[in-house]
Design a protein around this ligand. Structure first.
Ligand SMILES: *[C@@H]1O[C@H](CO)[C@@H](O)[C@H](O)[C@H]1NC(C)=O
Ligand SMILES: *[C@@H]1O[C@H](CO)[C@@H](O)[C@H](O)[C@H]1NC(C)=O
Ligand SMILES: *[C@@H]1O[C@H](CO)[C@@H](O)[C@H](O)[C@H]1NC(C)=O
Length: 398
């Protein structure tokens, strides 16, 4: 659990963990939750009383420990060279968070290669049904300007004159290996870039190793994620309106309840569903993800499944949050419907989501798009407490 200020500290910390701040928060949350859950079970048997928990302290700021914000360079960091090795185009796939981390990687890759980055393309796949692209979500001018001492960025690939004709440079398409090391970028990819003047890396999620033994490179990723990537003004306004409206009634907590069809299908978490529901999940899995043998009956037991809404509710209740707690749910459509939400709702009846708080109606018509995710992202960032319920596909690689 993090309060507003604590959360921000957490988000700006240095090193590998900072880049995946959200994941580390998730881990911390789970440790805290597990410890408190276990101790509650123990203490209930000693006639545990609710008054032992001071709810106010739960809403307070968590100590940041030794962590401090760090995204500025601490050693010599020369500006990008005026001469470029070529142009780097990438196509970022996945949802909002995956795309964000891909954008961080694209900037770092361009820096490593002394290349000029072409504004990253955001995938408009069938699930996200959103083709607004980078321009539709992020503040392009701010992005380019705030990274001017790190990489050169252009909005589109330039035109060249060849045999008297003007045409765009054709980027050589490459499918990068998963978690490619830096050496892949400075050898194979660089060679192709020099040969063709431009390369196009697609797909581009998780295509640069997370762990890189160079703190300055990690700081650059932080600069991109926490400083350069700013949502467009109207998204910030919409998010602020929602947060102000929620806060007008006091504290609120935001939960990313990742109990959605795509994640359940991807994780292979079928066992708690009816046969009919399992059919839907299995079909989705077949149609959208690479075949991989999973023992479905084991997935939950080995911790690969998102928490169910009821489990989330029980954890919060055991920590001391009572039924007056206001909770903003950041998520798409929850799978399994009311059957799974009912136990959660009975523990915490004061639930909101972006459609219930937004009165402009703008989000109602854009439930799958990146706009809704962007607003949810901001509301989670600004909430008094943010709780993720799942640390994402990363742990699923095993
Ligand atoms: C990029 O430029 C820096 C500074 O001149 C140089 O040290 C580095 O070797 C260059 N890297 C590549 C891949 O060209
Ligand atoms: C919350 O719980 C109390 C008992 O602890 C109950 O009296 C009250 O009706 C509940 N409120 C709601 C909104 O469910
Ligand atoms: C938001 O909450 C309302 C009312 O509880 C519900 O009908 C709607 O489906 C929710 N929207 C999303 C995107 O979950």
């Amino acid at each position: 659990m993090r309060s507003r200020a604590g959360h921000r500290h957490q988000l700006k910390q240095s090193g590998v963990k900072a880049m995946f701040g959200r994941l580390s928060i998730a881990v911390i949350v789970f440790v805290i939750c597990a410890v408190s859950f276990l101790s509650t079970i123990k203490s209930t048997s000693r006639s545990f009383s609710q008054s032992e928990i001071k709810v106010d302290t739960l809403w307070g700021t968590a100590a940041s420990g030794e962590w401090r914000p760090s995204s500025a360079p601490r050693t010599a960091w020369p500006p990008p060279l005026t001469e470029t090795n070529g142009y780097l185009r990438v196509r970022c796939n996945g949802g909002l968070n995956q795309q964000r981390s891909a954008i961080c990687n694209a900037v770092l890759a361009a820096r490593i290669m002394n290349a000029t980055l072409v504004l990253p393309e955001l995938d408009a796949n069938s699930f996200w049904r959103d083709d607004s692209g980078f321009h539709g979500i992020y503040d392009v001018e701010h992005f380019i300007k705030s990274l001017r001492y790190d990489v050169k960025i252009v909005e589109s690939i330039p035109e060249i004159r060849k045999n008297g004709k003007i045409k765009k440079i054709k980027a050589f398409q490459i499918r990068p290996p998963r978690d490619a090391p830096i050496s892949w970028y400075t050898t194979f990819a660089l060679e192709k870039m020099k040969e063709h003047s431009a390369i196009y890396l697609t797909p581009f999620s998780h295509r640069l190793a997370e762990e890189i033994d160079n703190p300055e490179y990690q700081r650059l990723r932080c600069r991109v994620n926490y400083h350069a990537l700013r949502f467009k003004p109207h998204i910030m306004e919409l998010s602020n309106t929602i947060v102000n409206r929620l806060r007008a009634q006091g504290h609120f907590m935001a939960i990313h309840l990742r109990f959605e069809m795509d994640m359940l299908a991807f994780a292979g978490c079928f066992d708690i569903f009816t046969l009919e529901e399992q059919k839907i999940l299995k079909k989705y899995r077949q149609e959208n993800f690479a075949a991989k043998k999973l023992v479905y009956s084991e997935r939950r037991a080995i911790g690969k499944c998102p928490l169910t809404p009821e489990e989330v509710g029980l954890i919060l209740r055991s920590m001391g949050f009572d039924n007056s707690t206001r909770i903003y749910l950041a998520a798409g459509e929850l799978f399994g419907g009311n059957r799974f939400m009912k136990p959660f709702r009975s523990l915490f009846p004061r639930l909101e989501n972006h459609s219930t708080v937004d009165t402009t109606g703008e989000l109602a018509t854009n439930t799958h798009g990146l706009l809704g995710s962007a607003v949810d992202y901001m509301v989670c960032l600004l909430a008094d407490i943010f709780m993720p319920t799942y640390d994402g596909p990363k742990q699923l690689r095993k």
